[in-house]
Ligand binder design. Sequence first.
Ligand SMILES: [Zn+2]
Ligand SMILES: [Zn+2]
Length: 64
Amino acid sequence: MILVDSYCGHCGLALDEGSHDACRERLRMEPPRYCVHCARRMVVQVSPTSWTARCVEHGELASA
Ligand SMILES: [Zn+2]
Ligand SMILES: [Zn+2]
């Protein structure tokens, strides 16, 4: 099964609903708040140099 990004990681709305250009810009600086697969609110932990964001369903994302 291939998971496709369906939701905006910043505002949690469907990606095909409106424009998320501003959100994408924010996501270059900040961790996502919502899971892009299910739009659940993620548990975000931020440190000075990195971040992790975890969805109970889809696991953890980390900054590069
Ligand atoms: Zn958005
Ligand atoms: Zn998820």
